[in-house]
Design a protein around this ligand. Structure first.
Ligand SMILES: NC(=O)C1=CN([C@@H]2O[C@H](COP(=O)(O)OP(=O)(O)OC[C@H]3O[C@@H](n4cnc5c(N)ncnc54)[C@H](OP(=O)(O)O)[C@@H]3O)[C@@H](O)[C@H]2O)C=CC1
Ligand SMILES: O=C(O)[C@@H]1CCC=N1
Length: 264
């Protein structure tokens, strides 16, 4: 599989690392203007770095775009004449809908939107996917690529904005919760390294437990909360301070911001 990642920044490099570690490409092209920032990726034998998007598009079949929304339209315009029947265009761009991509490339292209998160670099992304009519025939291929680097869900495009918040931004929300728990652990006497280890692995265990058991979170919480015990005391204090409410409001604020990005 020949893959080009157009825009090897934070997300593009995370995807590249995920693909390289999972052995998911026979060759990979990575593009950006400032190549010095990603020179170390040349150590992988099958990786070519270039600032020439047209060179990368011509050399690959799977094109993954990971540039800022404002750069995407002009880049598509600059490569569209190179596209052929075998190309699969995968966009990770926030707020840039399929209709807008089709308005540049035409509807007769395999177009897929993918919304991964940066845990893709360690094979643990939650990635949502949707496609235009033609791209539907390549959704299986796209799912296979992203399944090697975590978990995927095919969704209708009108859920993509919400998926961006929950999965792509969501990893930052969880990081902040891990950091806050770490700060609490330090206050209770652990040194910083131990505190983070405790917080990370407890978070990991909570997610694994739900994934493996299929339980509802409250069912698992009921198993932990001893009547009149310390867990319910802590949980209730967190809720008095607005834990669930602040998370829900943050998710909605993030969603609303994407609506602004779409218009801008
Ligand atoms: N970061 C994340 O976790 C997620 C991001 N996204 C989406 O992915 C996209 C990228 O986000 P992110 O990685 O954070 O952004 P970055 O700014 O880190 O990466 C974008 C990269 O594009 C490169 N670039 C700019 N112009 C060109 C060009 N003409 N040709 C090729 N490369 C170019 C830039 O490098 P240079 O300046 O050197 O050219 C930069 O490294 C955004 O649309 C974002 O909404 C989606 C899900 C998660
Ligand atoms: O913050 C952002 O706008 C991008 C999209 C989701 C993750 N990062």
């Amino acid at each position: 599989m020949k893959i080009a990642i157009i825009g090897a920044g934070n997300l593009g490099v995370s995807i590249a690392r995920g693909i390289l570690h999972s052995g998911g490409a026979t060759s990979m092209y990575l593009t950006r203007r400032n190549l010095s920032a990603i020179r170390e990726l040349e150590a992988y034998g099958n990786v070519t770095l270039t600032s020439d998007n047209r060179e990368a598009v011509a050399a690959a079949d799977i094109l993954i775009f990971a540039v800022q929304p404002g750069h995407f339209g002009p880049i598509l315009e600059s490569i569209k004449d190179l596209l052929h029947e075998n190309h699969v265009v995968i966009s990770t761009i926030t707020g840039f809908g399929i209709e807008r991509i089709e308005s540049i490339l035409g509807a007769d292209r395999h177009i897929i939107r993918a919304m991964p998160n940066t845990a893709i670099s360690v094979g643990r992304s939650m990635t949502c996917l949707c496609a235009n009519e033609k791209g539907g025939k390549r959704l299986e291929l796209a799912s296979a690529i992203f399944n090697r680097m975590g978990h995927t869900m095919v969704i209708p495009e009108n859920r993509m904005q919400a998926a961006t918040v929950i999965c792509a931004s969501g990893i930052a929300f969880w990081m902040r919760l891990i950091r806050a728990t770490t700060q609490g652990a330090i206050q209770l006497g652990f040194d910083a390294r131990e505190a983070q280890e405790l917080a990370m692995h407890t978070c990991h265990g909570a997610a694994e437990l739900l994934i493996e058991s299929g339980s509802h979170p409250e069912e698992e919480i009921d198993r932990v909360t001893t009547p009149m015990g310390c867990t319910i005391e802590g949980l209730n204090e967190m809720e008095h301070q607005g834990l669930s409410s602040s998370l829900i409001r943050g998710v909605v604020a993030s969603f609303d911001k994407i609506s602004q990005i779409r218009k801008g």
